[in-house]
Design a protein around this ligand. Structure first.
Ligand code: SF4
Ligand code: SF4
Length: 739
């Protein structure tokens, strides 16, 4: 019985380290560790790598630190221009630093660990080049750790197009850490990897080497292979391990015998044969008879498009993408773009048919179903906005002779007239909806919508009422109110509590606060151009944004008067594209404007028990989240903030591809995006994922600041979403006069 248990324990441990070559792990339970609120970090610079390594040795023995990260001299240079890191400029060529973190379940424990850490270094007479002290400032500590996290992407961001960022992962006993550092720097010089650097988890003797490498020519591949020979030999001589926290894979498989010797390697092969006699489990990984496998089948990164050529295919962007659950994640869009670029240059005859297939699939999967919201850039370590790539490729589809291009150009001259038809159309659809009821109208609207490429749902709003220009209020503070073309066209949805349009509610609010409201002249023709730009018609979009800038400069006295606009995506486009700095600074969304100019002029009552808010992705990028919460919390006892990064609606794109709005919700709640790299056909559902129950169940109403997003949010939650202006107007009254 004892023997049986031991055998199982042995198998369990073998399985954990086997990288899927002996079996697969179908279920894992993680035991999490507490993330203490009490923590502090120190960035200590030593004269030499030897001093840093000796300090690490003593800190390890003292057992008083929670993390110790080593930065070699090239790594320090990489991050010396980051905020809080300018003191790294001009350090001696031998400088090496340790980023140390101490944590504790309370202040007392934390302080005693910090004291012991500093005493350990001082008692062992190790001198530092800067003041040895811990920072408790969250901003500074975050900056230290951001620098650590940025070391890989920063090398990636400045690399030559067409090269890859490579990351190696080795470990040696801490006593040999300094020798390893010196050896790596010598190696980089010898093989001419001038951008190479080393950093990592010093307490474990684990260093990561980061460098860039092309694999286009035999010389490049040979240089890489020779460097690997050198590195592996050096690590083995330093009694180290060729892999520390990452997998051995195929790259280090040819060196397994060098590290473990023939006897141990033979035993590994025997085990492999016992578990997997037909060599079906992860074949070639860890154990491989081919001594040059690390030089074969190397994946090139062909130059494809300037916006994405620095992509490292790391996948950090995927969690923010609203369309990753529907079609492709940003990373997959980039990989597909690269493959198309490779196929276009290929001289292999059979690649022509592959190219055609890829291009056909690309249209729907990569282009049509991208929200172009740029949420991927918020997570990307090198700031790649795949939406920019997508817009650029969309634009290339329409040359100046195309029907779309000519129609868009023609619409510029009659924009106001064209937009005036939209509320009429929406009112007609609403009349049908009201007359027939949701179910019957839905069954008729479904096929018609499919034929027209615009899919109706019960939250499609009625038309907005006409915008009325308010009387001026002499002597009152002035505000320019830009009701966007969306809010001038789209009113409330059937079933909404309030039946007024957003601009009516906004004007009501401004009136209660006693503001003198200026409506820009010729407002019916104004538009920020987003509707053109997101469709791949940037030239027409530029005409509109330039026109709008002139209108607003005139209305706001060159930005001297604050400008309130009611639609967040339009606001972001204005902030990004206007050229007049003063005008940009004068622009506000409803929440920031209310927080800064209205709250003091109104009496607010918490009339609602529980509401949901969804901060649109554009507002998140403009960092308006706190204003949203502030306004909602002023009006409601409980506020649930939607965890969805982006609703996926993307203007009217979610009406043309209704599966997209469900994908936006799925990105916040479900399994990892791109889970099976499913290539879909247009119109397929997203797997029936639903809105998080905390939002769906807890609130009777939701608030946001983009009318089209609100349609998607309402549909996904079956909760009426509308502008946050409605909530504030409902809960506010003119300030009572004090006696
Ligand atoms: S675009 Fe995505 S995959 Fe590419 S570098 Fe950025 S986060 Fe990584
Ligand atoms: S949908 Fe948004 S997050 Fe996803 S690739 Fe397109 S722009 Fe990036």
């Amino acid at each position: 019985m004892t023997l049986k248990i031991n055998a199982l324990q042995i198998i369990k441990h073998l399985m954990v380290g086997s990288e899927g070559t002996l079996g697969f792990v179908s279920r894992v339970t993680y035991n999490s560790v507490p993330d203490y609120a009490d923590k502090a970090s120190a960035f200590i610079i030593f004269q030499s790598v030897e001093d840093a390594a000796v300090a690490t040795h003593y800190l390890r023995e003292a057992n008083c630190t929670d993390a110790v990260e080593l930065f070699d001299r090239p790594s320090l240079r990489t991050c010396e221009n980051m905020e809080y890191m300018h003191h790294l400029r001009g350090l001696p060529e031998t400088a090496t630093s340790l980023l140390i973190e101490c944590r504790g379940p309370n202040k007392e424990v934390l302080m005693s660990r910090i004291e012991k850490t500093l005493k350990t270094i001082k008692d062992n007479k190790i001198l530092s080049l800067n003041k040895m002290e811990f920072s408790f400032d969250p901003a500074e500590c975050t900056a230290f750790w951001d620098a650590r996290k940025a070391l890989i992407p920063m090398v990636g961001a400045v690399r030559e197009a067409g090269t890859s960022v490579l990351l190696e992962d080795v470990a040696v006993p801490v006593k040999n850490l300094a020798k390893l550092c010196h050896g790596i720097n010598e190696m980089f010089k010898k093989f001419e990897y001038h951008d190479g650097s080393a950093f990592g988890h010093a307490l474990e003797g684990n260093l990561h080497l980061v460098f860039t490498q092309g694999f286009e020519t035999k010389e490049q591949v040979d240089r890489y292979a020779n460097m690997m020979d050198y590195l592996c030999k050096m690590v083995v001589e330093l009694e180290g391990s060729l892999k520390a926290e990452h997998g051995t894979g195929r790259n280090v498989a040819p060196y397994v015998e060098l590290e473990w010797g023939k006897k141990a390697t033979d035993i590994m092969w025997e085990l492999k044969a016992l578990f997997d006699p037909e060599d079906q489990l992860n074949p070639g990984v860890v154990l491989n008879k081919n001594p040059t496998v690390h030089k074969e089948n190397l994946k090139p990164l062909p130059v494809a498009h300037g916006v994405v050529d620095t992509c490292m295919e790391c996948g950090f962007c995927e969690s923010a993408c609203p369309s990753g659950h529907v079609t492709l994640t940003p990373r997959q869009r980039i990989v597909a773009t690269r493959e198309i670029a490779r196929l276009e240059r290929s001289v292999v005859p059979e690649d022509a048919s592959k190219l055609k297939l890829m291009q056909d699939l690309y249209t729907y999967n990569a282009l049509d179903t991208c929200a172009a919201d740029g949420m991927c850039a918020t997570k990307c370590p090198v700031n790649i906005n795949t939406g920019r790539l997508v817009k650029d490729v969309r634009a290339k589809r329409y040359d100046s002779d195309s029907l779309q291009y000519r129609a868009a150009s023609a619409s510029l001259a009659a924009f106001g007239a064209a937009m005036s038809v939209v509320p009429l159309g929406l009112n007609f659809v609403d009349l049908m909806h009201r007359t027939m009821g949701t179910s019957m109208f839905g069954s008729i609207a479904g096929p018609i919508g499919s034929a027209l490429g615009l899919h109706w749902n019960k939250y499609v709003p009625m038309g907005a009422s006409a915008l009325k220009v308010p009387n001026s209020v002499a002597g009152a503070p002035k505000v320019v109110y830009l009701a966007t073309c969306v809010s001038r066209s789209m009113g409330p949805a059937r079933g909404d509590i309030e039946t007024e349009s957003i601009h009516e509610k906004t004007l009501s609010l401004l009136s209660k606060a006693g503001m003198d409201v200026i409506i820009p002249k010729d407002i019916s023709n104004s538009c920020c151009g987003l509707i053109y730009d997101s469709r791949g018609l940037p030239e027409q979009g530029n005409v509109q944004i330039e026109r709008l800038e002139k209108q607003l400069l005139a209305a706001s006295d060159n930005g001297a008067i604050p400008i309130l606009t009611d639609t967040s995506p339009c606001l972001m486009r204005m902030k990004e594209h206007f050229t007049h700095q003063g005008l940009k600074q004068a622009l506000y969304d409803p929440t920031e404007y209310a927080a800064k100019f209205l709250l003091d002029r109104l009496d607010i009552v918490k009339k609602e028990d529980s509401v949901a808010i969804h901060v649109p992705c554009s507002s998140k990028k403009m960092k308006k989240d706190a204003f949203f919460e502030q306004i909602a919390r002023a009006c409601a006892k409980e506020v649930t903030v939607s965890p969805v990064p982006c609703c996926g609606m993307a203007g009217d794109r979610g009406l043309r591809y209704p599966e997209m709005s469900g994908g936006g919700v799925a990105s916040a709640v479900a399994s990892p995006p791109g889970e099976a790299m499913v290539i879909r056909e247009p119109g397929m559902k997203n797997g029936g994922r639903t809105w998080p129950s905390e939002v769906k169940g807890a609130c009777s109403e939701g608030f946001s600041s983009s009318r089209t997003c609100e349609i998607a949010l309402s549909l996904q939650t079956d909760t009426h979403f509308k502008s946050i202006v409605y909530l504030l107007d409902r809960c506010s009254a003119p300030k009572a006069k004090t006696a």
